[in-house]
Design a protein around this ligand. Structure first.
Ligand code: A2P
Length: 285
């Protein structure tokens, strides 16, 4: 469909998903998932480190029937935490499956190139990543992880993975917004057939007051968040806006109701200055 992208596994991934970072506690998760399903979201992005996998799994089991949906109608992403990188990766991924209480996860990502407890420059980091990837490949072969991928990898991390993997990553999920356009990673992903996915499209909320974004929003009669999300999806980049507010969850899903003009797209892209609102992975060996 026009609202999803084909991964290199053949699986379709929705262009819009609900980010769940900082959604915590069964009531918050339930309310957000309920609002998201009502607004048409069919993708949910969790992670072991968010500590909400169990709440998300439970909310979905209760809410899918309410919305007339089944497991096959939704796309669930989770991620291997940095403490489980390396020898613990198999157990870490199985723990995600048991927390979510799902038979399979649609997409499972290595969350971060480093290992918790190691210095960023430690030369054991690459070996741990390779070991994590081998475990994800094995679970992918068993059908427990329908697609596997990575998050926060730099061009160097991604090139090394492409050279050593048996199964190539389906997705690279990184920080992406008009101030951080990631041209090198995007062209590498294109070259390698990896789907480039955005997180923090709103710059942790800080881009919502950028004067250029505000002006484009005013001219288009849209909210600043809708402008930022539309700018990404119009380039075919899937987004994962997080909100715990039902009204904002609904509004953020209206990205498919309008288009930005080419000059407005270019104006936003011209804001690229390499600014990060999240951690920079470039020092990780
Ligand atoms: P809230 O949960 O109260 O809506 P990012 O995805 O870049 O990390 O940004 C997420 C932050 O942006 C959250 O703090 C969220 O807060 C806020 N947010 C999400 N959607 C909107 C919106 N449409 N308008 C304003 N703030 C938003």
């Amino acid at each position: 469909s026009s609202h999803s992208v084909a991964l290199n596994t053949g699986l379709q991934m929705p262009l819009l998903g609900l980010g769940t970072y900082k959604l915590c506690g069964p009531a918050d998760v339930y309310q957000a998932v309920d609002a998201a399903l009502a607004a048409g979201y069919r993708s949910f992005d969790s992670a072991a480190v968010y500590r909400n996998e169990a709440d998300l799994g439970k909310a979905l089991r209760e809410l899918l029937p309410k919305h007339g949906l089944t497991r096959e109608d939704v796309f669930i992403t989770s991620k291997l935490g940095p403490k489980d990188q390396g020898v613990r990766a198999m157990d870490g991924a199985l723990h995600s499956l048991s927390q979510l209480d799902l038979e399979y996860i649609d997409l499972y990502l290595v969350h971060w190139p480093g290992t918790q407890g190691l210095q960023v420059a430690d030369d054991r980091n690459p070996g741990n990543r390779a070991q994590s990837w081998a475990s994800l490949e094995e679970l992918h072969g068993q059908g427990k992880l329908r697609a596997i991928g990575v998050s926060n990898y730099t061009p160097a991390h991604l090139r090394a993975l492409m050279q050593s993997c048996k199964v190539p990553p389906a997705v690279l999920q990184v920080e992406f917004h008009p101030r951080l356009c990631q041209p090198e990673l995007r062209s590498l992903c294109k070259e390698f057939g990896v789907c480039f996915q955005a997180y923090s499209s709103l710059g942790k909320g800080e881009l919502l007051t950028d004067p250029v974004i505000l002006e484009v929003a005013k001219n288009c009669k849209r909210t600043p968040a809708q402008i930022l999300l539309r700018w990404a999806v119009q380039q075919g980049v899937p987004v994962l806006p997080k909100s715990s507010n039902p009204e904002r969850i609904l509004r953020n899903a209206e990205v498919f109701h309008f288009a930005l003009s080419d000059p407005d797209m270019d104006r936003l892209s011209a804001l690229d200055c390499g600014q990060r609102f999240c951690w920079d992975p470039s020092e990780v060996a």
